[in-house]
Design a protein. Structure first.
Length: 632
């Protein structure tokens, strides 16, 4: 049966590839014909959001939300704790940005209202601070064939778990078995329509402005409890859907998520052809009517195969083809902007993008003469890592601090660009004032999260800090005050702290020292003495837990007069120790410790050590909980 299924899949894939090639040929014909829209500048956006419960943790309620909303503008995203809203395209001109903001606010309010009726909430942010790896099991994926097929296809191409490392203030090393790491990220994607003959020029402009625009917009510094890049979404998303095998990575094959490696010379066809050439198809669908026959009949073809494949290749500036009101069009989808923190912040980011697109393209006829692509790509990665602390290379390679570049050069340029697009003076002032204020005091969403995290240092558990950040970000975002004016987050109100002590994962120790079975016992005892440890986990070369060294066992051996000299860890470790999963309740863990008369429980998933829960951890958590209870 498996062989028949594989054969059917191969046949389906081959048919889809033929459709994809037919679509490419048809698009090349379309570009010079009357069915392609010209002379119109339309804009649009996609709002992604997180769904959270009353405790600030991810809420898997997307299906119920869509039923509650009953609005075709809202659609699924990959995970059940994500949702996406699609804004109505606007013809660029006077009051277009105001209309876009009004719809954006309405959509976000509708989502918040629907979530409240389900005893939940909505947060606009690039990465939800309270997400844990335990939230990313396959049970969190939206149960739709497309998402399940994409997950399976990426896993087959990868040939192994998804894994990557990010270094920031902290370090995160992740190994995960499915594509749901992608769902940790949420963006505010803006669209800019352009004619075929101007596409290459405008696409290159979008690449040039991506770095400084990202620097002023960063909003995602916390991933799985670690403080990483100012816009960690960039690195996380690139790792989450990296389907390259180890050998493909070794020979330099480019990943599916990418900024690019060079300028576009003449046509959008360069992008689509490269993406078809470099990336295997992940999904397939039934073929459309022959696209060339549709063109001959005077109808704009859907090019569904090309659009489906394009949706599985994630350039940070993506070329898009669409059909609206019987006419085909091209647009640039700008994907680096994170969601949030507020509707106004997002609209300010969008207006800055639209203004820079128009301004730079009007004042520099060909950005390739003024900018090195290597510098442009370096700007983008530097902005993702350091935000407004980054240095940006501008015309002729001149290096400028991001705030200075934005305030002195880019804001005036965006102002001229928006004026050229017939945007009203009131709109220009409203949105660019937000960018100016944010660059002036340098409080981006990322800086607010990191400063607030440090401000909450008195809270015992990182889980409590992250929940406080999440709930305060939700409250402040609903005020629609832009993030540059937000006060630092304060501790959780009333008895909300209780939710930070319910599971083992919330109170366990994660800064661990481990040894191997063949290490000298003297090394283990030294580690225990230096760091006042009573238990030391023992791992094998793959990181799997295989035992534990207990100080009590060592002392018993010494009491019997037995020598410890020249022994290895293996000689005294307790094999196959009792373990618990991270989602185990603290009460259950306490009962296990009491009944087994032991002092620690390794916390394990799939055989790999995540943390250690000791009786001391529980005493400290209980003491803090009692203090909180007495205070409230």
């Amino acid at each position: 049966m498996a062989n028949f299924e594989q054969a059917d899949e191969a046949i389906s894939s081959a048919r889809f590839t033929r459709s994809l090639l037919d679509d490419l040929n048809a698009l090349e014909t379309l570009l010079d014909g009357p069915l392609m829209e010209r002379g119109v500048r339309c804009i649009g956006a996609e709002q992604e959001m997180f769904l959270i419960d009353r405790a600030g943790r991810p809420a898997r309620i997307a299906e119920r939300m869509l039923q509650e909303l009953d609005d075709p503008r809202f659609v699924h995203e990959l995970a059940l704790f994500n949702l996406e809203a699609n804004l109505t395209p606007q013809r660029m001109g006077a009051h277009a940005l105001e209309a876009m903001e009004a719809e954006l606010r309405d959509l976000n309010e509708r989502a918040r209202g629907a979530a409240a009726r389900l005893n939940a909430g909505v947060l606009l942010t690039g990465i939800l601070p309270t997400l844990k790896q335990a939230d990313l099991g396959i049970e969190s994926i939206v149960p739709k064939p497309r998402y399940l097929r994409m997950n399976d296809a990426l896993k087959r191409l990868r040939g192994d778990d998804f894994r990557f490392s990010i270094q920031g203030i902290d370090q995160l090393d992740v190994r995960h078995e499915n594509v749901l790491l992608e769902s940790c990220t949420a963006s505010f994607q803006v669209h800019f329509q352009c004619a075929p003959e101007e596409f290459a020029e405008l696409y290159n402009v979008a690449q040039v402005i991506s770095g400084p625009l990202l620097a002023i917009s960063v909003n995602s510094p916390l991933v799985l409890g670690r403080r990483l890049w100012k816009e960690s979404r960039i690195a996380l998303f690139e790792g989450a859907v990296d389907a390259r095998s180890d050998s493909q990575q070794a020979r330099g094959q480019v990943p599916r998520v990418r900024f690019g490696d060079g300028w576009i010379a003449n046509s959008v066809m360069e992008i689509f052809r490269e993406d078809v050439a470099r990336y295997r198809t992940l999904l397939s669908a039934d073929a459309d009517p022959d696209p060339m026959q549709e063109i001959l009949a005077g109808r704009a073809p859907k090019l569904s195969a090309l659009r489906l494949h394009n949706g599985t290749v994630f350039r940070w500036n993506r070329a898009c083809y669409g059909v609206a009101n019987g006419q085909a069009h091209l647009r640039i989808e700008h994907r680096p902007l994170p969601a949030g923190p507020t509707s106004l912040d997002q609209m300010a980011n969008a207006a800055f993008f639209f203004g820079l697109m128009a301004g730079l393209s009007r004042e520099i006829s060909d950005v390739r003469r003024e900018f090195s692509f290597a510098d442009v790509k370096r700007n983008f990665m530097s902005a993702a890592r350091d935000g407004l602390k980054s240095q940006q290379s501008w015309c002729s390679g001149r290096s400028v601090a991001a705030p200075e570049l934005i305030l002195r050069t880019l804001l005036p340029l965006a102002e001229r660009g928006l004026a050229a697009l017939a945007v009203t003076r009131a709109e220009i002032d409203r949105y660019l004032a937000v960018i100016e204020a944010r660059a002036g005091n340098q409080q981006t969403g990322a800086r607010w999260f990191l400063s607030s995290h440090a401000h909450l240092h008195a809270l015992r558990s990182n889980d409590e800090r992250l929940r406080a950040l999440t709930l305060e970000a939700k409250r402040l975002s609903e005020t629609e005050l832009p993030v540059h004016s937000w006060p630092l987050a304060e501790p959780l109100p009333t008895d909300a702290w209780r939710d930070s002590y319910r599971t083992v994962e919330q109170v366990m120790s994660v800064d661990l020292f481990c040894v191997r079975a063949d290490d000298a016992l003297a090394l283990a005892l030294s580690l225990m003495e230096w760091h006042h440890l009573r238990h030391l986990p023992v791992e094998d070369a793959s990181g799997a837990l295989i035992g534990i060294i207990c100080l009590r066992a060592v002392l018993k051996r010494v009491a019997r007069g037995l020598t410890l000299e020249n022994l290895s860890v293996r000689a005294l470790m307790r094999q196959a120790p009792l373990v618990v999963a991270p989602e185990t309740s603290t009460l259950n863990a306490l009962a296990i410790l009491r009944d087994a008369r032991i002092g620690c429980l390794p916390v394990v998933r799939d055989g790999k050590l995540l943390g250690m829960l000791t009786d001391r951890d529980l005493v400290a958590a209980g003491t803090h909980a009692l203090e909180q209870a007495l205070a409230t």
